[in-house]
Design a protein around this ligand. Sequence first.
Ligand code: FE2
Length: 201
Amino acid sequence: MAEAAALTASNKKALPVRGVHHLVLTTDDMKVTIDFYTEVLGMKLVHAMKVPPGLGTGSTNRGNPPFENIRHYFFDMGNDSLLAFFEIPKGEKPQSDRDAIGGMQHLSFVVRPQAAFEALLERLKARGIEYRGPSKMVSGPGYSVYFYDPHGARLEASCDHVHEEPSVIRDATQAKNNVIEELRTLWDDPQWIAKVTGDQP
Ligand SMILES: [Fe+2]
C-alpha cells in the first residue's frame, strides 16, 4: 500500500508497466484464425472459451462486443503475452479501417533467431500468402516483412539478426538530440521538451 501511495503521489515516477498482457483482435471465423496463427506463426492455443452470459448485451457489459456467448480464444504470442480473438457473428460488423483514429494499424511480432524469420517466409510462400519485404527496419538493425491475417489485420515480423541479445527498446532508442529536434516541430516549448525528455527533476 505504501508503494501504491508513493506512486500515486508522484506523476514523475515510472509506473511498473512490464509490457503487453493481451491484445484482442476480431475475426468472424475462428477456425480460419486458429489455422493461420497456429500453422503460420506457430502460436499455441492456450485458452478457448465463450464469453459468459450478460457480458454482451446485458447491463454488465464493460466494453465487450454486443453479442452473447461469442468465442474468446487466446494464443501464446511469446514472452509471456497473449494474442486473443473475439469471434464476431458473420455480417454483423463491417471490415475495420486500420487507418481509422484509435484503430489498430498493425501488429509487429519479434521473430528470432534469423532461422525462424526465414522459416516464416517459407511458410508464407508455401501457403501463397503475399508479403512485402524483407525491408530494413526503421528502428534499429534488422529486417521486417509485412503481411495480413485472413481477416485483414496487418501484421509485421521483425528480426534483429545483428545482436546476440535482442532488445527492442535498445534498438529503437534514439540519441536525445534527435528526439528534441523532432519534438520542436510538434510543440516548440523548451520547458515542455525538457520535461518530456527527462531533463527536469
Ligand atoms: Fe511496424
